[in-house]
Design a protein around this ligand. Structure first.
Ligand SMILES: Cc1cc2nc3c(=O)[nH]c(=O)nc-3n(C[C@H](O)[C@H](O)[C@H](O)COP(=O)(O)O)c2cc1C
Length: 186
């Protein structure tokens, strides 16, 4: 069974984390969820759903201030981490190693242990600081999967777009998901 850490930061699109957690549950993955305080705020502003909607989908939910949690240690072995959505602040924390919350500490641990880290950065437009940090993240070994619109998969709804992003974020872990329509030559 795969064990994956899901980090949710305060960028727009926190609802995408629900689709990700559902996909991981369907794929029989053990999930460890950490949602930043800012993400909880964004959740309130962008959805009319209770926070428990997200928490209920994870096997373990951590307080972002709990630096003694299992996922803050390299000896807690995981397959890696996905940050969806990834704010520019969290991106800056990942590339600088500034681990002032559990999400950032978990990402730092994954990087130092050579585990997969997938970042789904969300900002528009991207400024130079963001672009520099994205390059640094890529150089550090992170896979950058921005939640971009895709049209070759013939999406009909926003959910179709989100499922495609989630499918792309899970590809580095070798996990295939429903609703992900890869490009096929006709
Ligand atoms: C409704 C809303 C939408 C936001 N969208 C973004 C965004 O798309 N990208 C981003 O980098 N920050 C966005 N922010 C700002 C972040 O929430 C803020 O920088 C926060 O400090 C991030 O903290 P975190 O990375 O610890 O979650 C948004 C804030 C709100 C309230």
């Amino acid at each position: 069974m795969k064990r994956i850490i899901v980090g949710v930061s305060g960028a727009s699109g926190v609802i995408m984390a629900r689709t990700l957690l559902r996909a991981l549950r369907t794929a029989d993955c053990e999930t460890h969820l950490v949602v930043t305080n800012a993400a909880r705020e964004t959740w309130k502003l962008e959805t009319d759903l209770p926070p428990s909607e997200l928490d209920a989908l994870a096997d373990t939910v951590y307080d972002p201030g709990d630096m003694a949690a299992a996922i803050s240690s390299g000896s807690f072995v995981t397959d890696g981490m996905i940050v969806l959505p990834c704010s520019m602040k969290t991106l800056a924390g990942v590339v600088s190693g500034y681990t002032d919350n559990l999400l950032l500490r978990a990402a730092d641990v994954c990087l130092k242990e050579g585990r997969r880290v997938v970042l789904c950065p969300r900002e528009m437009p991207l400024g130079r600081v963001h672009l520099r940090n994205l390059l640094s993240a890529s150089e550090l070994g992170c896979v950058i999967v921005p939640p971009m619109l895709t049209f070759y998969n013939a999406p009909r709804t926003l959910d179709d777009q989100i499922r495609h992003v989630v499918g792309k974020a899970l590809l580095p872990f070798g996990i295939e998901t429903d609703g992900f329509v890869p490009w096929k030559e006709t």
